[in-house]
Structures are given as C-alpha cells and as structure tokens.
Write a protein of this length. Sequence first.
Length: 391
Amino acid sequence: MSVKPLKIAVIAGEVSGDLLGADLIAALKVRHGGAIELVGVGGDALERQGLRPLFDFSELSVMGLTQVLSRLPRFIRLIGLTAKAIIAARPDMLLIVDSPDFTHRVAKKVRQALPDLPVVDYVCPSVWAWKEYRAKAMLAYVDEVLAVLPFEPQVMRDLGGPPTHFVGHRLSTNEKLLETRAARAGKRPKRLDEAKTILLLPGSRGAEIAALLPIFGQTMREFVERNGSTRFLLPTVSRQEARVRQMIADWDLKPEVLMGEEAKWRAFAEADAAIAASGTVILELALATVPVVSTYKTDWLVTMLSHRIKTWTGALPNLIADYPFVPEFLNDYVRPGNLLRMAERLAADTLQQRAMLEGFDLVWQRLQTEQPSGVEGSRVVLDLLARRGRL
C-alpha cells in the first residue's frame, strides 16, 4: 500500500531554528515513509532536506526591538510574501520554528486563509519571561507546541496555552557535542598559574558582534596582562567572518578566528573556559561541560521595558537547573574587568569551576528523553496529522 505524500510548509528564522526544523523533517521522513515536499523559509540544514527557501533567511536575524522597527517595512513585506506563498501551496501542515516575531505573524495570516490547516510551533515562545498573554493568544493559530525545555509544558498549562510536549533538545543527542563531552571528561583541570585557552563567542548576529566583540578584545588584552601567554579562539559563522576579521584587523593581540562546525567543536574540546553572548551557545557550552561567562547587551528600547521582563535569568542552563550557577553580565556590567576575573576562576580548578560543573550535570540529566528530539517531535506531528485526516 502506497503512503500518501505530504507537503509541509516550514518557517525557520535563524540558524538554531533551521537545525531544529531539519532534524524534525528528517525524522518525519523516516517515520512517515512517504515523500515529503517542503515549502517556506529556512537555511542550509532545511535546504539539505529539500527546501527551496522563498528568500535568504539571514534577513530575519536581527537583534533588539529598535532593529525590528527600523526594518519594519521589509519585515511586513516578507511576512506577506511568506504567508501568500504558503496559502497558495495548500500544504498539509505548517511548521513554525522559533523566531516568533516573524513566524507567528505568518501563522496568523495562514490560519485566517486556511482555518483547517494544522499548525505546529517548534520551540515554545518564552512566555515565562515576557508577555505571558501570548500563551492563550496562541490558541487561535497553533494546535500543538514542541518544547525544548522541560519546564515549559507546565508553564503553558498554567497560562492556558495550546497543548505542549517536551520533546528534548537536539543538542543532547548531537554527535559532535557527545564526542566533545567525552573528550573533555578526560581533561585534567588546570592550576591557576597554568596557561589557558579561552573561547570568545560574541554571537552570530551582526548587532551582537558589534556590541560585544570590542569589549571581548579589551578583556583579552587585560587577561594577558594579568595571566601571561593565553590562547584565544573565536569560532564564527561564514556570514559573519568578514565582519569579524574587519573588526579585529588593527588589534595588536588577535584571537584565532575559526570557521565551520568541525573547528568549533574542536575549540570547545580544547577550551578551559568561554566568554559568550547569551543564547543557545550557553546551553551548548553547558552540555559540552565548558565553563562559561554569559554576556548580553540589550538595545535602549528593551532596557526601558526591562521592568516588564518576568524571568530571573537569561541563561538557559540556569532556567533548566532552577538556580543561578552560570554568571551573567548585562549591559553596563559587560566590562573587561568583570569578564576576565570570572573567566580566570572558571578556567582553573577552583570552587567556582566545580560548582559550575555540578550544575552542568543537573542540566544534562533534565534534558534526557527516551528518543532524540526530532523523533519525539515527529510522533506528535504525525499524531496531529492523523487526527486531522491528513494522512
């Protein structure tokens, strides 16, 4: 008996969402057993699964409300273009992955035109941190939510949102991460007076890099002044390589700029500590057991609205463990003196390092699921499609 082909619309607005979406589509192909055609927006990973993107999704990788406002006309056009293309394609399902400022607006438009179309949201919006009313509002255009953090299903139930399933995080089964974690398990902790290797991770967005990289550069210089010869590694993504190299061109002390996934995981394995932009990379470092200092600079508009932010931390490992063990420096506190002193303690065999590694162990335990996240998510998706008569 032949299996009905599926047409799936997918929208991913950033690299992390592109990887999540691709994992889920790959698992769907195996579980479904039939042909799957893709339409929508994504990056390299989804392209390898057969997607021909409607436009370059790097246009959506902006940081902060002021950037969104400055690009609002283009955003509105892209929302309309994407929704129109999906409506015309008449897919069997719409999968939106993270980037809620864009993906949810498209989903609303598609739901208005195709009210019976099943819609799945992969990555629960951070309703626990900001704008809790969004949970209940999602009932109008989302049928199921796939959460990557273990506490989110309960939060969504409490706030009256759509059915939410913890499917695990793709990082906990990432082959390169597991190899890195194993390599680091045999790594001898260094003494305070030994030469160190420090990772610098200023983010993958242009605005993050512009805000953080100069401070990281000063931190690097002061670290060497206090500690002597130190190796600094700076992994970056291909679309930001030129920006990074231009920004460090006249530095007297330069980090090693690394390109590609292989180089990134090799750097993770070699590092004694990291100074990083807040985001998914903090969780990557935690699962790989690399001690890390988290940094973030908000734009002026978010700073003005900070009193409306409900969460007590921006570091995912802290949220998962439910206590603050990853140090965070925000806005004016992102200073070289703060960063280098914390990195000194985390890069050596100190009480601070041991406490962080204990926190990493708890995060690892809480992210474990019976199956990889893509497989868990594919089960939820196919159950929904079967209930809606789409299979």
